[in-house]
Write a protein that binds this ligand. Structure first.
Ligand SMILES: [Zn+2]
Length: 82
């Protein structure tokens, strides 16, 4: 999985990010980037899930994650395995 960051509007829209194949693009100018990362990874892993399902699952995970788990996810987001 590749992760790219943008520091501006994506496709002229104020979206937090999107996922396309194994590419995840995260807008650094909007929202919580960890939340966006989890959201887009869930879209990648569960292409059959609706946006609403992904949204709910993301919120659930964000609430349950420990500080250490969040740090691990940040590491994975910024230094994904090649
Ligand atoms: Zn979505």
């Amino acid at each position: 999985m590749r992760v790219r960051f943008k520091n501006c509007k994506i496709n002229r829209q104020q979206v937090c990010g999107y996922q396309q194949g194994n590419l995840i693009v995260i807008n650094l100018m909007k929202g919580n980037i960890l939340n966006t990362y989890i959201h887009e990874v869930l879209h990648y892993r569960h292409p059959d899930w609706s946006h609403k399902q992904v949204y709910r699952e993301t919120a659930k995970r964000m609430r349950k994650l420990t500080c250490q788990q969040k740090l691990c996810l940040y590491r994975r987001m910024f230094c994904p395995r090649r």
